[in-house]
Each structure stands twice: as C-alpha cells, then as structure tokens.
Design a protein around this ligand. Structure first.
Ligand code: NAP
Length: 434
C-alpha cells in the first residue's frame, strides 16, 4: 500500500519537469548542508551502522562530493547532433538527440555506506530529472531519512523523493511489478540483486554487488607502502565494504618480508567502540554476521588454513582483525565475500599465476597490484577481469567521480554521477526535414 502510494506521488511529481538549474541548485544546497552538519551526520552514521567515527566523517565528505558532481552533471546533461548528411538517406535533414529522464527510479541501498551509497542513488536521479522511491537497508534508515530532510529543506518539491522503511521483499515486489517504475537501482548482495533483475526483464536494473577483493604484491613492490595500505584497507569498517581487501597474493620470495611488516600493523589497529575517535575497527553489523564469519574461519581452519593473527571475538560483535594463511580458492573465505575483518594470504611464482588466482572467483568489482614495474602494472590492468584495477593503491580505493562497478557476478553498471545520469536517461532522436 505505502509503496504504491509513494509511486503515485512520484508519478504526479514527474508530470511537471523540474528545470535543470533548479535541480542543480538543490543538489548544491544539499552538499552545503552536509558540510555544515558534517560532524553531527557522521555521528548518526557511527551510531546506526557501528562505523568508526573517523571513517564516518570520510563518508560524509564523500557524500558532499557525490552531490557536488551530480550538480555539475545536471547542468551539462545534453544530447548530441547526428551528422545526417553522412548518408544519402539523411541528406536534407537535421537530427539531434534529447536526453529524457527514464522515469521513476526504485532505489534499494545497503547498510554499509548508509549515507554515501544512498547519495549515489538520489543525487544522480535528481540530476537526470527522475523522481525516486527509496528503500534503505532496515538496519540503517536514519542517514537516508536525513538526506531526504536535507533535500526537502533545499527546495525539492513534494513527490520527487519518497523514502519507505519496511520489509525488503514486499517493497521490492511492488517496485518490480509496477510498470511506472522504469529503473531499479540496487546496491547489495549478489544473489538478491540478480534475482531482482530476472524478475524485471523490461526495466533497467542497475546492479552494484559484492566482491572477493584480491590484491597482488609483486617482488619489486615497495613493501612498506603495501603493508601499510593493506593493513588499513583489509579491516576498515570491519571489512564490511564491497571492496574490502580480502585476498592478498605475495610473490614467493618477498612473502616473509611482507608478513614481517604486515602483521604488526594489523595488530596495532585499535578495535573497539565506533563512536571513539581512536577506533580503527568496530563491530560487525549484527550477531548473525558475527556467527557466519566465525563459522567461515572455522571451516577454513578445518580445511587446513592457519590463523596468523586474530580469529576470535574480542567482545560482543567485535571480531579481532584476522589474517589466514595456507588458504586456497576452494575455501569460502577466498571464494565468497567474507564481509568481515578477515584477510587471506597466499603466494605465487609468476605474475600470470597471480592473475589467474585473482580472477579465480565469480566476482569482478575491483582488484589491485603493488609493483614498481610499469609493464607488470599494465599487464595486470589488462588481464585482471574487474571493473577497476588499482596500481600501488589498495583495491579498496574509490573516489566518487570514478566509474565504479563490476563485471561477472559483481554487477552490470557503473556508478558515479556522470555515468549514472546517462543510465537514468533515455535518448530521443528528433528528425527535422529541411
Ligand atoms: P543485502 O542484504 O543484499 O541488502 C541490500 C538491500 O536490499 C537492503 O535494503 C535490503 O533490505 C534489500 N533487500 C534484501 N532482500 C531483498 C529482496 N528480496 N528484494 C528487494 N530488496 C531486498 O546487502 P547488505 O547486507 O545490506 O549489504 C552488503 C552487500 O552489499 C555486500 O554483498 C556488498 O558487497 C554489497 N555492496 C556493494 C556495493 C557496490 O557498490 N558494488 C557497495 C556496498 C555494498 P533489508 O535491509 O530490509 O533486508
């Protein structure tokens, strides 16, 4: 009932298009409000998601950036001229394309970036001129409601944004079945995402899904830099990022040197209360996630993996940062997405072996390589089958203007305001006989 009423409201709103300059103005104002209320909003994220305050602050700054880039896109979104006299059939005609909003967007977002991943749905939708019905993750609705409040304060007319908090499958069902919803933008786990797409073959279904993020450390890499970046990025937000570093592949002859640097850095991470400024690693999202992660660690050790550090609960939902050695791609901790503070270590002889290992799961969101060799970096960039490859940076890196998204089971689209506005627009060609 409520979801259908929200779609009704979105439909009424879209009858009267909002001009691009108004859309851009609203987006700029929201970026400004996020800046003014920065620390307060970071605290909301920390409290609802259990995300350490340091990382929550970064998320707020990134959401500002997402709104700012979307405002730019709103102002420059335009079609193109078609060179009609390039064929005999077109001679004597002028043609150009108009970019029209695709229609109502049904957005579904996950708990792990409750503000910025919602921003990646709302801001480009508005930039493209689309009204939205949003279902945020049940665990983290507050940041989404806060964004809705900021958009309203910034002058968004009624009906353009409708947030519905409630049972996922019911709301998902209505969004899938109602023909007025022309696009579904989903960020979350792979199985849920692909099922949604199967059920909505006539809609645009944009999927941003999971990963089992690999990184290759070549023998010629700067090991201090690699160890530092990978220690932080394997465990920030307790590994609950879609591109949390999960599989580290070390060239054999530097494996020991790397581990001597890496383990102390992992053990130095501060595990604890996410609302404390010093905390690096907070709790996982709920008891079910904790139990699943511990079971996966147990399964791996039963299959021969060794625990190099961590592997147990500190307290409540706080799992100690865990490093596993002696692993293989058959183990869930490698093959699937752990979504917890666990990283695996394996070694290899040649770069091509490492690339095979990195490519060896059903996922393809981001991967990384550390090397001082340009040819090795470029070979990896060409052969790693992922939506993104980082060189001398952890594969956990993302800036909001990047085209971000996956191949294989990791998704079918690229998010980033410039890319999303295109996905949410339809080209209409206009032909004029001269
Ligand atoms: P999730 O369980 O798939 O939930 C994501 C969203 O989908 C939530 O709003 C959830 O609602 C909703 N949902 C669940 N079942 C549904 C159904 N049958 N129909 C429609 N909607 C449904 O994922 P999560 O645990 O929140 O997030 C973790 C996952 O997201 C990981 O796999 C991670 O890799 C992925 N992720 C991907 C990206 C990316 O950009 N590629 C970014 C972040 C996270 P409820 O909360 O009410 O269940």
């Amino acid at each position: 009932g409520e979801t259908r009423r929200a779609i009704d409201a979105a439909e009424r709103a879209m009858r009267e298009p909002l001009p691009a300059h108004k859309r851009a103005e609203i987006l700029v104002k929201v970026a400004g409000s996020l800046g003014r209320r920065h620390d307060e909003i970071a605290r909301v994220i920390a409290e609802e998601a259990g995300k350490p305050l340091k990382q929550a602050k970064v998320e707020v700054s990134r959401a500002m950036s997402t709104y700012t880039f979307a405002a730019v896109e709103a102002r420059k979104l335009a079609g193109e001229v078609v060179p009609m006299d390039a064929s005999q059939a077109g001679e004597g005609k002028l043609a150009f394309t108009l970019l029209q909003p695709v229609g109502i967007v049904g957005a579904i977002s996950p708990f792990n970036f409750p503000l910025n991943l919602v921003a990646h749905k709302l801001a480009p939708s508005l930039a493209a001129g689309c009204a939205v019905v949003l279902k945020p993750a049940s665990q983290t609705p507050l940041s989404a409601l806060l964004l809705a409040e900021l958009e309203t304060e910034a002058g968004l007319p009624p009906g353009w944004l409708n947030v519905i908090v409630g049972p996922a499958s019911e709301i998902g069902d209505v969004l899938v079945k109602d023909d007025r919803v022309r696009a579904i933008s989903f960020t979350g786990s792979s199985d849920v995402g692909w099922r949604l797409r199967e059920r909505a073959p006539r809609k645009k279904v944009l999927l941003e899904l999971g990963n089992s993020t690999p990184v290759i450390v070549q023998g010629d890499a700067d090991l201090d830099v690699a160890a530092e970046k990978l220690a932080v990025n394997s465990f920030s937000f307790a590994g609950q990022s879609c591109i949390s570093t999960q599989r580290i592949y070390l060239q054999k002859w530097i494996a020991d040197d790397f581990m001597e640097r890496f383990i102390p850095k992992v053990e130095a991470l501060v595990v604890g209360d996410p609302t404390e400024e010093a905390t690096d690693v907070g709790p996982v999202v709920d008891d079910g996630a904790r139990d699943r992660i511990l079971t996966w660690i147990d399964e791996a050790t039963n299959e021969g993996a060794t625990i190099l550090t961590g592997g147990s609960v500190l307290e409540g939902r706080l799992i100690r940062p865990t490093v596993l050695g002696n692993v293989n791609l058959g183990m869930k901790v490698c093959r699937e997405e752990v979504f917890g503070p666990v990283v695996t270590i394996d070694s290899y002889e040649s770069l091509d072996d490492a690339i095979l290992l990195a490519n060896g799961t059903r996922y393809g969101l981001q991967a990384g390589i550390f090397t001082e060799s340009l040819p090795s970096a470029l070979r990896a960039a060409q052969r790693l089958r992922f939506g993104g490859v980082t060189v001398n940076e952890a594969p956990t890196f993302r800036a909001d203007q990047m085209p971000y998204g996956g191949v294989k089971d990791s998704g079918n689209t690229r998010e980033g305001p410039a890319y999303t506005v295109r996905e949410l627009s339809e080209e209409r060609v206009v032909v004029v006989d001269l």
